[in-house]
Ligand binder design. Structure first.
Ligand SMILES: *[C@@H]1O[C@H](CO)[C@@H](O)[C@H](O)[C@H]1NC(C)=O
Ligand SMILES: *[C@@H]1O[C@H](CO)[C@@H](O)[C@H](O)[C@H]1NC(C)=O
Ligand SMILES: *[C@@H]1O[C@H](CO)[C@@H](O)[C@H](O)[C@H]1NC(C)=O
Length: 243
């Protein structure tokens, strides 16, 4: 009886051990970008046909990349796939997005070249910012997989241009409104200042006076002048009478 239960315990322990072993076997199935295989002997060149100069990519717009591979080794390579990720620009360990892998399975013979195209998509709702984009090509030789990260740079993700930028128009409207309010406030404050009155008030009066003088000069000696003088005298007389 005791031996039976001991045998059962041993069996159970074996089962547990096997379970643990199986679990341990399953955990290494991690993301391909986690432990990149070592690089083979290739030279790479990269080109962004739609963004030849800047690395400013609108969010939600696919970005096309052309990769040129030159095989420097003495054995053929089977170019299997390209994969990439979008990471924190300061901390590469922070992964925001893993781009879809594209499969090729194309052979590049020794000292030959091959170009492949890869397209990645910065997510539509990605906040505009600087990010690190790393793109890696995987290729297979007789002794297994190799990988080369052919692009690993800071890029700027920008907001996709909208047809009408309502946000900007709204900001302009507010700005113009504020300018008007400011100008009106300055005007209504300044126009009652004594200093302002002495400077601008006198000037306008002076102009009026000089105009009147000119009128007098122009009118002097004419019948109109006599009529005006008489009228002024009459007016004064009536005023005096009233008093
Ligand atoms: C993206 O790749 C990184 C690095 O291999 C990995 O740690 C992460 O779990 C992946 N994320 C997703 C959603 O697959
Ligand atoms: C390249 O690799 C793939 C996947 O391992 C395989 O199916 C294919 O036959 C290989 N191509 C050649 C020409 O060996
Ligand atoms: C990309 O470059 C950063 C440093 O800028 C580095 O920490 C990271 O390991 C590189 N990633 C790959 C996949 O080579």
């Amino acid at each position: 009886m005791g031996s039976v239960s001991r045998r059962g315990a041993v069996l159970l322990a074996a089962c547990l051990a096997f379970g643990a072993f199986a679990a341990a076997q399953e955990t290494p199935r991690s993301h391909p970008l986690t432990n990149l295989p070592a690089s083979g002997e290739i030279a790479t060149g990269v080109f962004f046909p739609d963004y030849p100069l800047s690395r400013h990519f609108p969010a939600g717009q696919p970005v096309k990349v052309v990769l040129g591979v030159h095989n420097d080794a003495s054995e053929p390579y089977n170019v299997s796939a390209i994969m990439g990720s979008l990471n924190n620009a300061q901390q590469f360990g922070t992964y925001y997005w893993n781009f879809t892998q594209q499969l090729y399975f194309q052979i590049v013979e020794p000292s030959k070249e091959l170009s492949v195209e890869y397209t990645f998509l910065p997510p539509k709702d990605l906040p505009p910012n600087d990010y690190q984009v790393a793109l890696t090509v995987f290729y297979e030789a007789a002794d297994g997989f190799k990988s080369t990260t052919f692009f690993n740079q800071t890029v700027t993700v920008i907001e996709m241009k909208q047809l009408i930028d309502w946000k900007l128009i709204f900001l302009y409207a507010i700005f113009i409104g504020l300018v008007f309010v400011g100008v009106f406030y300055v005007w209504s404050t300044v126009k009652d200042y004594p200093l302002y009155k002495t400077i601008f008030g006198k000037k306008t009066r002076k102009v009026e006076v000089s105009n009147a003088d000119n009128d007098d000069d122009w009118v002097k000696g004419t019948p109109y002048d006599n009529f005006r003088k008489k009228k002024a005298a009459g007016g004064k007389a009536t005023v005096k009478k009233a008093q």
